[in-house]
Design a binder for this molecule. Structure first.
Ligand code: BGC
Length: 266
């Protein structure tokens, strides 16, 4: 199976670091022109775009807060102005603001829901409007557009001390499935990716030293995931190789969602 995303245009939100940056790099390697969205970290996003351009690819970095309707509209307009089309959206931006619920501020609840869930709605809506106008681009892809919602194993696994985050990811799951049900007849493909523990800045503390040993007990496959584990799957889900996959979530978690603590227990 030879996967090429050329000459498609992919927009990846939250792509200045971590999973988003890995997905942008992998999609550019597969031949897509990529829009690297960032919120505050302009320098690494610009550096990644520069690297891709120097290597012969096409990339731009665009700053936008995905929880702002105005910013999202500008982000998609700039994508069309630069590349003339949009084929793939990877709605990836996400953050954690952890606290026991009794100590959680309303501001931290609202911010996590705004970025992780409302941000995915705003970006999906903007992408759908473009896909519906564009239709299937003959010779480019079998679908009129593809959206990949990056969720988490915590769309399924409850997470004490992270109620805002788990609620946002549970929301992303049903947002993804509802959109898939709504627009699949227009040949728009919507799917989700649910990463487990992937080594990035969001979980640096949990993936080092003694905490890493504890974390590994939750991962039957015996290792922390790498950004590439998720990026490769995103390229596949964005390509025609997955043309019949609609409304599915791909768990990329080394088995974390298999409730490994039940091995020999229960
Ligand atoms: C979270 C990480 C966590 C992982 C597994 C992810 O969604 O962002 O912080 O390590 O889930 O619990």
């Amino acid at each position: 199976m030879n996967i090429s995303l050329e000459p498609q245009v992919a927009l990846i939100t939250g792509a200045s670091s971590g999973i988003g940056a890995g997905v942008a790099r992998a999609m550019a390697d597969a031949g897509a022109a990529v829009v690297i969205n960032y919120h505050t970290e302009a320098a690494p996003a610009e550096a990644l775009a520069h690297q891709i351009n120097v290597a012969g690819g096409q990339a731009i970095a665009v700053g936008a807060d995905v929880s702002s309707e105005e910013d999202v509209e500008r982000l998609f307009a700039q994508t069309l102005d630069t590349f003339g089309a949009l084929d793939i959206l990877v709605a990836n931006s996400g953050l954690q603001k952890d606290a026991a619920t009794v100590d959680m501020s309303l501001a931290d609840w609202n911010r996590v829901i705004a970025v992780n869930l409302t941000g995915q709605f705003l970006c999906a809506r903007a992408a759908l409007r473009i896909f519906q106008r564009q239709g299937v681009r003959q010779g480019v892809s079998k679908a009129a557009g593809k959206i990949i919602h990056v969720s988490s194993v915590h769309q399924r696994i409850p997470w004490a001390g992270h109620a805002n985050y788990a609620a946002s990811k549970g929301g992303v799951h049903l947002l993804m499935q509802s959109l898939a049900q709504e627009v699949s007849h227009q040949r728009i493909r919507i799917n989700g990716i649910a990463p487990g523990a992937i080594r990035t800045a969001i979980n640096r503390q949990a993936t080092q030293g003694a905490a890493e040993k504890e974390l590994l007990k939750l991962i039957p496959y015996g290792r922390i995931g790498d950004v590439e584990d998720v990026a490769n799957a995103a390229v596949f889900l964005a390509s025609d190789a997955s043309d019949y996959i609609v409304g599915s979530t791909l768990f990329i978690d080394g088995g974390m969602s298999l409730y490994p603590e039940f091995h020999g227990n229960g």
